[in-house]
Design a protein. Structure first.
Length: 130
C-alpha cells in the first residue's frame, strides 16, 4: 500500500519531506483514518525505490507530530489528524471539494500536475489573505 505516495527525486524537496507531507495530508483530510496501518518502513522504501532510512525519518517526524504511532505488534498506525483548536469548525469536505474542482479545471486546461503544484505553492507563498 503506497496510498498514492510518490517521490520525485528531481524535486528539490528532500524525499523524506515529500513522504511526510503526503502522509500528513492523507491523514488530515481523512483518507487515512485512525487505526489504519501504514506499510512497514522497508516495504514502503522498496515500493518507492529509496532507502529505508528515508521512510523512517518521515515516520519519525509524523510520530513527533502526533499523527502516527509505532506499536510493537501492530506496526505503525494512524492515530488521527491534528485536533482543530477549540471553537473552530473543520471544513475538510469543503476544502476537498475545492481541491477536486481545482484539479478538474487544471486538467481540462491541459495543465500538468507538477505545474499545478508549482502554481499552488507560488500562490501560498504570496500569503494571500482570505
Amino acid at each position: 500500500m503506497t496510498a498514492g505516495i510518490t517521490v520525485d527525486l528531481s524535486d528539490p524537496v528532500p524525499p523524506f519531506e515529500q513522504i511526510r507531507r503526503q502522509l500528513s495530508s492523507l491523514i488530515t483530510v481523512g483518507i487515512l483514518e485512525p487505526g489504519n496501518r501504514l506499510p512497514p518502513v522497508r516495504s514502503l522504501a522498496a515500493d518507492l525505490g529509496i532507502a529505508a532510512g528515508t521512510v523512517a525519518r518521515a515516520y519519525k517526524e509524523l510520530e513527533q507530530a502526533g499523527l502516527i504511532e509505532s506499536r510493537r505488534r501492530n506496526g505503525t498506525v494512524v492515530v488521527g489528524p491534528p485536533q482543530a483548536p477549540h471553537g473552530t469548525v473543520r471544513a475538510d469536505a469543503a476544502v476537498m471539494a475545492a481541491v477536486d474542482g481545482l484539479i478538474r479545471t487544471a486538467r481540462d486546461a491541459g495543465i500538468r500536475d507538477d505545474t499545478l503544484i508549482d502554481l499552488v505553492r507560488g500562490r501560498l507563498s504570496s500569503k494571500l489573505e482570505p
